[in-house]
Design a protein around this ligand. Structure first.
Ligand SMILES: Nc1ccn([C@@H]2O[C@H](COP(=O)(O)O)[C@@H](O)[C@H]2O)c(=O)n1
Ligand SMILES: C[C@@]1(CO)OP(=O)(O)OP(=O)(O)OC[C@H]1O
Length: 161
């Protein structure tokens, strides 16, 4: 159906391990542990990438940037987000707004959220007013509550250009 707006959602989770930097929303956050992944494991940017790809009907991040491809080993997820946005734009879509949540028992995300917002807004070519980042602990419940990993969820609204 041709309709001038489309919605997409994204989810990602990565394990917290020692000896890796913690990079979320393009911000390197001082912490005892970092996220494990093939790329820089930026869980928030991966959720946002899946949200915009999903809204455009373009599948998911692993389809475009496989974790079996050495090209993406240690990749900066902002580069992947910009490349995904290029594909979304080529299909005739622009981002209206993004709303995302980082599910992290620790560390505190709030102090870093403004820079995350500005990174994501720049990569998607939208205003900082069009990107909202929230954070929640997992109330110490489950694998997130035990600080075994950090998850992120995101929704994206696209408009036809
Ligand atoms: N990693 C986090 C988690 C939470 N916040 C902020 O704290 C508020 C309360 O979180 P609860 O999970 O206890 O409801 C939340 O609304 C965030 O503002 C955070 O910054 N970083
Ligand atoms: C980003 C990619 C590619 O380097 O790898 P990871 O960093 O492991 O992240 P994931 O969230 O599993 O997403 C898809 C991947 O293909």
């Amino acid at each position: 159906m041709n309709f001038p707006v489309r919605v997409g959602q994204g989810f990602d989770v990565h394990a917290l391990v020692e000896g890796r930097p913690l990079i979320i929303g393009g911000v390197t956050i001082p912490h005892t542990h970092g996220l494990l992944g093939h790329s820089d494991a930026d869980v928030l940017l991966h959720a946002v990438t899946d949200a915009i790809l999903g809204a455009a009907g373009l599948g998911d991040i692993g389809r475009h940037f496989p974790d079996t491809d050495p090209t993406y080993k240690g990749a900066d997820s902002r580069v992947l987000l910009r490349a995904a946005m290029d594909k979304v734009r080529e299909k005739g879509w622009a981002v209206v707004n993004i709303d995302a949540t980082v599910h992290a028992q620790a560390p505190k995300i709030g102090p870093h959220a403004p820079i995350m917002v500005s990174n994501i807004a720049a990569d998607l070519a939208v205003s900082i007013d069009d990107v909202n980042i929230k954070a929640k602990t997992n109330e110490s419940l489950g694998y997130l509550g035990r600080k075994e990993g950090i998850a992120a969820t995101a929704v994206a609204l696209l408009a036809s250009i």
